[in-house]
Design a protein around this ligand. Structure first.
Ligand code: ZN
Length: 192
């Protein structure tokens, strides 16, 4: 059975967040790369558009989390947690969060996109695939890059180890290529 079929079966073909039954899609929790039933859930387009930021958050819609946060499925718990975090300034989501329990592994995944951080500190660096980058990571360049202020070209495929993050700007990281300290645009790198 495919992941989608399994999700449809376990949810009785309803959005696992708000129980809507139309326009359902499989949603795999970023930054997961491999979709499976443990990191995916079935969501409707209303939920999905807000999850992905394509439409404004409608706090009232998310009252549904009052129920779905108690789902037995971890993927549903994680998305409930993330959406409650985004809405926590509304007050009631904060109360629900206080009641929620996620185990350590689920919490680590839930926190991976930084929903729990305040907007001001929420600078998240992502590689070309949307994978979150952290200081100390190694990346590989996915295209040739001209290095500003020199004639050097950093070649596609070059590994850059022990990167540093630009804490002001999510689009930049820093690292050493040929012993030269350079600034690299995150969308041109892939995490190793
Ligand atoms: Zn929904």
């Amino acid at each position: 059975m495919s992941v989608l079929q399994t999700l449809q079966e376990r949810s009785n073909a309803a959005c696992e967040l708000c129980t809507a039954t139309k326009n359902l899609k499989q949603y795999t929790i970023p930054p997961s790369l491999n979709e499976n039933v443990d990191n995916s859930l079935l969501v409707c387009s209303t939920c999905l558009d807000q999850i992905e930021g394509n439409t404004e958050m409608d706090a009232n819609h998310w009252r549904c989390l009052n129920d779905s946060m108690w789902s037995e499925f971890v993927a549903v718990q994680i998305m409930a947690w993330r959406m409650l975090q985004r809405l926590r300034n509304e007050g009631w989501p904060k109360d629900l969060l206080d009641m929620m329990y996620l185990d350590d592994e689920a919490l680590a995944l839930a926190r991976a996109t930084g929903e729990h951080e305040d907007e001001a500190n929420k600078i998240i660096h992502r590689d070309v695939n949307g994978v979150i980058l952290q200081a100390g990571d190694s990346v590989v360049l996915v295209k040739d890059l001209k290095v500003k202020g020199s004639s050097m070209v950093a070649k596609q495929g070059t590994a850059v180890r022990n990167i540093r993050l630009d804490h002001e700007n999510a689009e930049y990281i820093e690292g050493k290529v040929d012993n030269q300290h350079i600034v690299i645009i995150t969308k041109y790198v892939k995490k190793l």
